[in-house]
Design a binder for this molecule. Structure first.
Ligand SMILES: O=P(O)(O)OC[C@H]1O[C@H](OP(=O)(O)OP(=O)(O)O)[C@H](O)[C@@H]1O
Ligand code: HPA
Length: 192
């Protein structure tokens, strides 16, 4: 097998170190229970509405997949990609990479993402959904970060699995500099 380039080897070592030294804030079974609760609430509200679920890529990928397999009613799935962290641990300007394909007009829309942090991303997506003429708009996030820096005061998701402390977190879709979206729980670098 070809060897890694030196900078790839550095990334491999530093990402292994990161995980070896991370604090597990929420373990996999707590995440699974939170997803069960979200699925039950979503089913009760939207189970007879033929909703369209829009995954916010990339972070929303894992939450969307786990949530959708818990929903036993007819629904459609699409995605959009709006990003503002782009491999960094601090957010910048929001950049729309991909707009959704399934028209939102007249539909019951559910936006699914991994995290509501400052809320700039969710607020912009909500504006988009309103302008697109959705019949109703619901938001579902796996975690809401606890702090008072929300872009819109009091911004909350309609369905929220868990709250996390005000630390940069990774796992279950959330990345640390592009890595560890695959971690099966929610982690934070130790000391940060
Ligand atoms: O509430 P906010 O402070 O706006 O942050 C939340 C957003 O940030 C992350 O996406 P990111 O911009 O990292 O894009 P990515 O998922 O493609 O990595 C995350 O997946 C949310 O979409
Ligand atoms: O804490 C975070 N972790 C990963 N991605 C994020 N996007 C916003 N906040 C975060």
């Amino acid at each position: 097998m070809p060897k890694l380039l030196p900078d790839e080897q550095d990334s491999l070592s530093s990402m292994r170190d990161l995980m070896n030294n991370a604090d597990c804030l929420i373990d996999q079974s707590q995440v699974e229970q939170a997803l069960d609760r979200m699925a039950a609430d979503i089913t009760a509200s939207l189970g007879d509405k033929l909703p369209v679920f829009y995954c916010v890529m990339n972070g929303g990928l894992i939450t969307t997949g786990h949530l959708l397999t818990r929903l036993g009613f007819p629904l459609e799935v699409d995605y959009l990609h709006a990003t503002r962290y782009r491999g960094d641990t601090r957010g910048g300007e929001l950049f729309w990479r991909v707009s959704p394909e399934i028209p939102m007009a007249g539909r019951h829309v559910v936006i699914v993402d991994d995290i509501l942090d400052e809320g700039t991303t969710l607020a912009a997506i909500l504006d988009y959904c309103h302008q697109a003429g959705a019949a109703s708009i619901s938001t579902a996030v796996l975690v809401d970060k606890r702090h008072d820096r929300k872009a819109v005061a009091g911004l909350k998701a309609d369905y929220c699995g868990l709250e996390v402390a005000d630390r940069y977190v990774f796992g279950f879709g959330m990345d640390y500099k592009g890595y560890w979206r695959n971690a099966p729980g929610i982690f934070a670098p130790r000391g940060q």
